[in-house]
Design a protein around this ligand. Structure first.
Ligand code: ATP
Ligand code: MG
Length: 401
């Protein structure tokens, strides 16, 4: 394979500067893999023989990111680039992190510590590809293969197993049989990995385009070691989830809500707590699940009420999820559009009267104010034209007598 990779100007500058400083430097990892695949790399990582302090001395704007692992961030035209010294990882006694890392002047040793052959390719515009583990061949064959002995590599860092499934779903690759066997045999080790890292990988997995690879998560045996109820529900859903995910935009909120669609609100709350979701995401997932379990709105009043309770963005999310689950929501969408273009009042904030006005009209401060405001809002949601101070205050006066 004689492909070349077109590098951004900044990356050429970084490689040149390191080289002029007397060091070796290559792009490496995900950016090489993605470039070979014709995908746009998310970021450009550089691996170099320069020690962190030597890298820092060559560039005006740097900061320490993971200096204990040899990584320096160089800022170039407001973009961050990670430059990492060639390194060998020591033993992994905890199944998560190396006990120590050692720097090495040898690129191949650095590539050896990487997880999969497709992620262990280095490239330099003049020196070409450095690919001792034949990652390019595996990429051409759409194959994920562990570097070295896969069982040992998964035992070192169990997160690699989940990365393997995630890459399969992101790239549409299959897992090489020995790598897959090692994954199945070591699946229980995923319990050593922090929920934050598991959450992050699962999030990428749901958003990945090749959802047909999702069954790997269960078949590999990983899922029961992440959460038993979750594993049970995923098994029950089976392949039905695949077309649903494929039909949904790759937004975390929508994809997680679909994945948890058969959860009660309470079950979802516990799951989100266990997987350490941020509060907003957890709340939004629960809200969508709560409304998905209800009947679809039917009348303009229902849609105004819903949009008032949820806000416009969440209402649109809900409509989309209902649609993906097989309901016809075109009528609801046009109702919402009309409601918005008419500028109908949807909540207390845009009601023509407020609590102070009621108190000024003699309603005693306290519970009653809230109750009356709710009644007025219900009236306005039914009849948007009633949302004038004159009409509503008249209604209040009439009710007082
Ligand atoms: P993406 O960023 O698209 O998720 P990536 O391959 O760039 O994919 P990163 O997590 O950014 O993944 O890591 C960059 C590189 O570091 C990988 O390509 C791989 O070579 C190496 N790497 C990352 N995590 C591990 C790991 N757990 N074990 C071994 N090597 C790893
Ligand atoms: Mg990356």
């Amino acid at each position: 394979m004689n492909k070349t990779i077109t590098l951004p100007k900044d990356v050429v500058y970084l490689l040149d500067t390191l080289q002029k400083g007397g060091y070796e430097a290559y792009i490496v990892g995900g950016c090489v893999r993605d470039s070979i695949l014709g995908r746009t790399p998310q970021d450009w990582d550089i691996t170099t023989s320069a020690l962190p302090e030597q890298t820092k001395a060559l560039f005006p704007h740097t900061f320490d990111t993971g200096i204990q692992h040899g990584t320096i961030t160089v800022v170039c035209h407001k973009t961050n680039y990670e430059i990492t010294t060639y390194r060998i990882d020591g033993d992994y006694r905890d199944g998560r992190h190396p006990d120590s890392v050692a720097f090495t002047p040898n690129l191949e040793e650095d590539l050896l510590r990487r997880d999969f052959t497709m992620n262990a390719i280095a490239y330099h515009p003049e020196k070409g590809f450095q690919d001792p583990f034949h990652g390019q061949e595996d990429i051409a064959a759409s194959c994920i293969r562990g570097v070295g002995a896969p069982a040992k590599r998964f035992q070192e860092d169990a997160l690699r197993m989940l990365r393997c499934v995630r890459f399969a779903a992101q790239l549409g690759f299959s897992v090489e049989p020995d790598t897959y066997k090692a994954l199945q045999e070591n699946a229980s080790l995923i319990e050593k990995i922090s929920v934050e890292r598991i959450h992050e990988e699962l999030d990428k997995l749901w958003k990945a385009p090749f959802s047909e690879k999702l069954p790997l998560l269960l078949e590999s045996g990983l899922l029961p070691h992440i959460d038993s109820l979750f594993a049970k529900r995923m098994a029950e859903k089976g392949e039905r989830l695949i077309p649903l995910l494929k039909a949904t935009p790759p937004l975390s909120l929508l994809r997680w809500t679909l994945v948890l669609q058969d959860y009660t609100e309470k079950e979802a709350k516990e799951f989100c707590k266990k997987l350490k979701f941020d509060n907003t995401s957890a709340r939004n997932i629960q809200t969508l699940l709560r409304y998905l379990a209800k009947e679809l709105p039917k009348t303009p009043y229902d849609v105004r009420k819903l949009a008032g309770e949820l806000g416009i963005e969440m209402t649109n999310h809900l409509f989309l999820l209902w649609e993906i689950l097989g309901h016809d929501v075109s009528f609801l969408r046009s109702l919402l559009e009309k409601i918005l273009s008419d500028g109908d009042c949807l909540n207390l904030k845009s009601l023509a009267v407020n609590g102070q006005m009621l108190m000024d009209a003699g309603i005693p401060k306290g519970k009653e104010v809230g109750q009356i405001l709710s009644l007025l809002l219900a009236d306005v949601l039914e009849n948007p034209s009633h949302n004038t101070e004159a009409y509503l205050m008249e209604l209040v006066r009439a009710k007082k007598h």
